[in-house]
Design a protein around this ligand. Structure first.
Ligand SMILES: Cc1cc2nc3c(=O)[nH]c(=O)nc-3n(C[C@H](O)[C@H](O)[C@H](O)COP(=O)(O)O)c2cc1C
Length: 233
């Protein structure tokens, strides 16, 4: 798959043309090209522009009520990457990657977040905050009724959606990545000081360029068949 030229401006003519000509086939090609990268070429660094596009893709993720109850840390420091790699049972893709995205969700439901969302919504839709108060109340009561366990599942689901946007964006840009849940949450929280910020790590995604010698790149995709997965009723 051709890599995009990210040395140009994000909205250069070439890129706009590339964006225009991308088709569904390109999307499937990208999805087949991507794989959970087990080894990166540690000498290749993603550009700021590439990182900006990945950030934008995460920002544009859908979330329940639009709350986005998470924060994403982008680890550039080799020292921190190495510490996280250790907390992930030595999985070396973390230490070798150009950058490592750490997705952390909120530990508790915060009604202040809903208040802020309502203010933004009102502004964007040219409406009065008071008009949106019934909506605010319904979110508050929906969220308030959740048990701690349900809330954690809900928070984690929102993070998984955002992570998938990152994986998809990376694949379409020819950037390699590895979705990762295999790590010691408490250790990663300690390394990044997340607990005191009311956050809990949930997923890690190293990104960069694959190591040519990573044998996993050549394995065919192992997936359920279309007939196993789908049923028309
Ligand atoms: C939530 C989640 C957690 C995962 N955790 C890890 C992990 O800790 N280490 C790893 O190498 N791969 C991890 N994977 C990658 C999967 O094993 C991989 O996506 C799956 O086997 C399909 O292979 P493919 O991504 O190469 O197509 C994880 C994937 C997901 C979605």
């Amino acid at each position: 798959m051709r890599r995009w030229d990210f040395t140009q401006n994000l909205f250069s003519r070439t890129m706009r043309k590339q964006l225009k000509t991308r088709t569904m086939t390109d999307l499937l090609t990208a999805l087949e090209w991507r794989y959970a990268t087990k080894s990166f070429n540690s000498s290749v660094r993603l550009t700021d522009l590439q990182l900006d596009v990945l950030k934008k893709a995460v920002q544009l993720s859908v979330s329940s009520f639009g709350l986005q109850p998470y924060k994403v840390f982008i680890i550039d420091s080799q020292e921190v990457k190495s510490a996280i790699m250790e907390a992930a049972y030595g999985q070396k893709q973390i230490g070798e990657a150009s950058h490592v995205f750490v997705f952390a969700h909120q530990r508790q439901y915060q009604s202040k977040e809903v208040e802020d969302l309502i203010v933004k919504l009102a502004e964007n839709q040219g409406r009065k905050v008071e008009e949106l108060q019934p909506y605010q109340q319904s979110i508050d009561s929906w969220m308030g009724a959740m048990s701690d366990e349900k809330l954690e599942t809900w928070m984690s689901s929102q993070v998984h959606i955002a992570m998938n946007n990152l994986l998809l964006a990376a694949a379409t840009l020819g950037i390699d990545s590895c979705p990762m849940g295999g790590f010691d949450i408490e250790k990663v929280d300690d390394i990044l000081g997340l607990k005191s910020e009311g956050l809990k790590s949930c997923l890690i995604v190293p990104v960069g360029v694959r190591n040519d010698k990573d044998i996993y790149a050549n394995y065919p995709k192992t997936r359920k068949s279309i007939s196993e997965l789908f049923e028309v009723r």
